[in-house]
Ligand binder design. Structure first.
Ligand code: MN
Length: 211
Protein backbone atom coordinates (compact mmCIF):
# COMPACT_ATOMS: atom_id res chain seq x y z
CA UNK A 1 0.00 0.00 0.00
CA UNK A 2 1.39 3.35 -1.02
CA UNK A 3 1.99 5.83 1.70
CA UNK A 4 0.42 9.20 1.14
CA UNK A 5 1.75 11.80 3.51
CA UNK A 6 -0.41 14.51 1.97
CA UNK A 7 -3.77 15.82 3.03
CA UNK A 8 -6.64 13.37 2.40
CA UNK A 9 -8.47 14.10 -0.81
CA UNK A 10 -11.63 16.13 -0.28
CA UNK A 11 -13.98 16.71 -3.15
CA UNK A 12 -17.59 17.83 -3.08
CA UNK A 13 -19.03 17.34 -6.56
CA UNK A 14 -20.97 20.27 -7.95
CA UNK A 15 -24.32 20.67 -9.69
CA UNK A 16 -24.97 21.65 -13.30
CA UNK A 17 -28.04 23.42 -14.62
CA UNK A 18 -29.81 20.69 -16.57
CA UNK A 19 -31.25 21.74 -19.94
CA UNK A 20 -34.94 22.47 -20.31
CA UNK A 21 -36.76 19.57 -22.02
CA UNK A 22 -38.36 22.05 -24.49
CA UNK A 23 -37.85 25.51 -25.98
CA UNK A 24 -38.55 28.67 -24.00
CA UNK A 25 -41.77 29.36 -25.95
CA UNK A 26 -43.07 25.77 -25.77
CA UNK A 27 -45.44 26.43 -22.87
CA UNK A 28 -47.17 29.48 -24.35
CA UNK A 29 -49.74 30.85 -23.86
CA UNK A 30 -50.01 29.31 -20.38
CA UNK A 31 -46.42 30.23 -19.45
CA UNK A 32 -44.97 32.95 -21.64
CA UNK A 33 -41.50 32.82 -23.14
CA UNK A 34 -40.38 35.78 -21.01
CA UNK A 35 -41.70 34.18 -17.85
CA UNK A 36 -40.01 30.83 -18.54
CA UNK A 37 -36.78 32.60 -19.52
CA UNK A 38 -36.47 34.52 -16.26
CA UNK A 39 -37.66 31.55 -14.21
CA UNK A 40 -35.17 29.09 -15.74
CA UNK A 41 -32.18 31.27 -16.68
CA UNK A 42 -32.61 33.56 -13.69
CA UNK A 43 -34.08 31.76 -10.71
CA UNK A 44 -33.28 28.11 -11.38
CA UNK A 45 -29.73 28.95 -12.44
CA UNK A 46 -29.38 31.03 -9.28
CA UNK A 47 -30.18 28.01 -7.10
CA UNK A 48 -27.52 25.95 -8.90
CA UNK A 49 -24.93 28.69 -8.36
CA UNK A 50 -26.03 29.11 -4.75
CA UNK A 51 -25.81 25.36 -4.06
CA UNK A 52 -22.33 25.15 -5.57
CA UNK A 53 -21.06 28.16 -3.62
CA UNK A 54 -22.31 26.59 -0.39
CA UNK A 55 -20.76 23.23 -1.29
CA UNK A 56 -17.43 25.03 -1.80
CA UNK A 57 -17.77 26.61 1.64
CA UNK A 58 -18.67 23.27 3.22
CA UNK A 59 -15.70 21.68 1.47
CA UNK A 60 -13.44 24.32 3.04
CA UNK A 61 -14.86 23.53 6.48
CA UNK A 62 -14.10 19.82 6.02
CA UNK A 63 -10.58 20.67 4.82
CA UNK A 64 -10.10 22.99 7.78
CA UNK A 65 -9.60 26.01 5.50
CA UNK A 66 -12.58 27.97 6.78
CA UNK A 67 -11.42 29.99 9.76
CA UNK A 68 -14.70 30.45 11.56
CA UNK A 69 -18.00 29.12 10.39
CA UNK A 70 -21.60 28.60 11.39
CA UNK A 71 -22.65 25.13 10.22
CA UNK A 72 -26.37 25.89 10.33
CA UNK A 73 -25.55 28.97 8.30
CA UNK A 74 -24.28 26.62 5.60
CA UNK A 75 -26.56 23.61 5.88
CA UNK A 76 -29.93 25.36 5.83
CA UNK A 77 -29.23 27.52 2.78
CA UNK A 78 -27.55 24.50 1.16
CA UNK A 79 -30.80 22.52 1.52
CA UNK A 80 -32.73 25.53 0.21
CA UNK A 81 -30.57 25.84 -2.91
CA UNK A 82 -30.14 22.12 -3.65
CA UNK A 83 -33.88 21.56 -3.31
CA UNK A 84 -34.39 24.67 -5.44
CA UNK A 85 -32.35 23.02 -8.16
CA UNK A 86 -34.00 19.61 -7.90
CA UNK A 87 -37.57 20.86 -7.55
CA UNK A 88 -37.19 23.05 -10.63
CA UNK A 89 -35.71 20.24 -12.74
CA UNK A 90 -38.66 18.11 -11.70
CA UNK A 91 -41.13 20.93 -12.38
CA UNK A 92 -39.85 21.42 -15.95
CA UNK A 93 -40.08 17.70 -16.70
CA UNK A 94 -43.50 17.57 -15.07
CA UNK A 95 -44.80 19.82 -17.84
CA UNK A 96 -45.14 19.12 -21.56
CA UNK A 97 -45.27 21.57 -24.47
CA UNK A 98 -48.68 23.11 -25.13
CA UNK A 99 -50.95 20.59 -26.82
CA UNK A 100 -48.97 17.62 -25.55
CA UNK A 101 -49.81 17.92 -21.86
CA UNK A 102 -52.93 18.44 -19.79
CA UNK A 103 -55.94 16.17 -20.19
CA UNK A 104 -55.97 13.23 -17.75
CA UNK A 105 -53.54 10.61 -16.47
CA UNK A 106 -53.82 7.01 -17.61
CA UNK A 107 -52.38 3.75 -16.36
CA UNK A 108 -51.71 3.00 -12.72
CA UNK A 109 -51.88 6.67 -11.73
CA UNK A 110 -55.44 6.92 -13.05
CA UNK A 111 -56.42 3.75 -11.20
CA UNK A 112 -54.98 5.03 -7.91
CA UNK A 113 -56.66 8.43 -8.35
CA UNK A 114 -60.04 6.86 -9.08
CA UNK A 115 -59.79 4.51 -6.09
CA UNK A 116 -58.78 7.22 -3.62
CA UNK A 117 -60.51 10.35 -4.91
CA UNK A 118 -63.48 8.92 -6.82
CA UNK A 119 -62.66 10.63 -10.10
CA UNK A 120 -59.96 12.69 -11.77
CA UNK A 121 -62.16 15.77 -11.47
CA UNK A 122 -62.42 15.34 -7.70
CA UNK A 123 -58.67 14.80 -7.46
CA UNK A 124 -57.97 17.92 -9.51
CA UNK A 125 -60.24 19.95 -7.24
CA UNK A 126 -58.53 18.53 -4.14
CA UNK A 127 -55.06 19.37 -5.48
CA UNK A 128 -56.18 22.82 -6.64
CA UNK A 129 -57.74 23.54 -3.23
CA UNK A 130 -54.45 22.69 -1.51
CA UNK A 131 -52.51 24.82 -4.02
CA UNK A 132 -54.83 27.76 -3.44
CA UNK A 133 -54.51 27.35 0.33
CA UNK A 134 -50.71 27.73 0.34
CA UNK A 135 -49.67 30.64 2.53
CA UNK A 136 -46.90 32.66 0.93
CA UNK A 137 -44.07 31.06 -0.95
CA UNK A 138 -43.70 27.40 -1.86
CA UNK A 139 -44.96 24.47 -3.88
CA UNK A 140 -47.84 22.03 -3.94
CA UNK A 141 -46.86 18.39 -4.37
CA UNK A 142 -48.39 14.98 -4.95
CA UNK A 143 -46.42 12.20 -3.32
CA UNK A 144 -46.83 8.46 -3.11
CA UNK A 145 -46.94 6.14 -0.12
CA UNK A 146 -45.95 2.69 -1.36
CA UNK A 147 -47.16 1.07 1.88
CA UNK A 148 -50.78 2.19 1.49
CA UNK A 149 -50.64 3.05 -2.23
CA UNK A 150 -52.16 6.39 -1.28
CA UNK A 151 -51.43 9.54 -3.25
CA UNK A 152 -51.03 12.38 -0.77
CA UNK A 153 -51.23 16.09 -1.47
CA UNK A 154 -49.07 18.48 0.53
CA UNK A 155 -47.42 21.86 0.37
CA UNK A 156 -43.75 22.76 0.59
CA UNK A 157 -42.79 25.99 2.36
CA UNK A 158 -40.06 27.71 0.41
CA UNK A 159 -37.91 24.71 -0.58
CA UNK A 160 -38.18 22.93 2.76
CA UNK A 161 -40.00 19.69 2.17
CA UNK A 162 -43.10 18.94 4.19
CA UNK A 163 -43.65 15.33 3.30
CA UNK A 164 -42.58 11.97 4.62
CA UNK A 165 -39.45 9.86 4.23
CA UNK A 166 -39.39 7.25 1.45
CA UNK A 167 -42.39 8.82 -0.25
CA UNK A 168 -41.36 10.12 -3.65
CA UNK A 169 -42.93 13.15 -5.29
CA UNK A 170 -44.79 12.53 -8.55
CA UNK A 171 -46.21 15.94 -9.41
CA UNK A 172 -45.35 19.47 -8.36
CA UNK A 173 -46.29 23.03 -9.11
CA UNK A 174 -44.15 26.04 -8.27
CA UNK A 175 -46.07 28.77 -6.44
CA UNK A 176 -43.28 31.24 -5.80
CA UNK A 177 -44.33 34.67 -7.06
CA UNK A 178 -41.47 34.45 -9.57
CA UNK A 179 -43.34 31.51 -11.15
CA UNK A 180 -46.32 33.59 -12.26
CA UNK A 181 -46.18 37.29 -11.35
CA UNK A 182 -44.75 38.56 -14.65
CA UNK A 183 -47.75 37.13 -16.51
CA UNK A 184 -50.52 36.63 -13.96
CA UNK A 185 -49.78 39.45 -11.48
CA UNK A 186 -51.57 38.62 -8.21
CA UNK A 187 -53.92 36.05 -9.81
CA UNK A 188 -52.14 32.93 -8.57
CA UNK A 189 -55.39 31.01 -8.91
CA UNK A 190 -55.40 31.74 -12.67
CA UNK A 191 -51.84 30.46 -12.97
CA UNK A 192 -52.80 27.18 -11.27
CA UNK A 193 -55.79 26.82 -13.61
CA UNK A 194 -53.51 27.41 -16.63
CA UNK A 195 -50.86 24.99 -15.31
CA UNK A 196 -53.26 22.04 -15.49
CA UNK A 197 -53.11 22.40 -19.30
CA UNK A 198 -49.37 21.65 -19.19
CA UNK A 199 -49.17 18.70 -16.82
CA UNK A 200 -47.09 15.89 -18.30
CA UNK A 201 -48.95 12.86 -16.98
CA UNK A 202 -46.52 10.48 -18.70
CA UNK A 203 -43.72 11.92 -16.56
CA UNK A 204 -45.77 11.48 -13.37
CA UNK A 205 -46.68 7.93 -14.40
CA UNK A 206 -43.03 7.12 -15.15
CA UNK A 207 -42.00 8.35 -11.70
CA UNK A 208 -44.59 6.01 -10.18
CA UNK A 209 -43.53 3.02 -12.31
CA UNK A 210 -39.83 3.42 -11.44
CA UNK A 211 -40.55 2.66 -7.77
MN1 MN B 1 -39.34 28.72 -9.19
Amino acid sequence: MEENEGVPKVEFKKYELKPLPYTLDALEPYISKDLLDIHYNGHHKGYVTGANNLLTRYEKVIKGDEGSYDLQGIIRPLVFNVNGNKLHTMFWNNMAPTGKGGSKPGGKLADLIDRQYGSFEKFRKAFTDVANSLLGTGWTILYYDKETENLNISTVENHFMNHIAEMPVLLIVDEFEHAYYLQYKNKRVDFITAWWNLVNWDDAENRLRKL
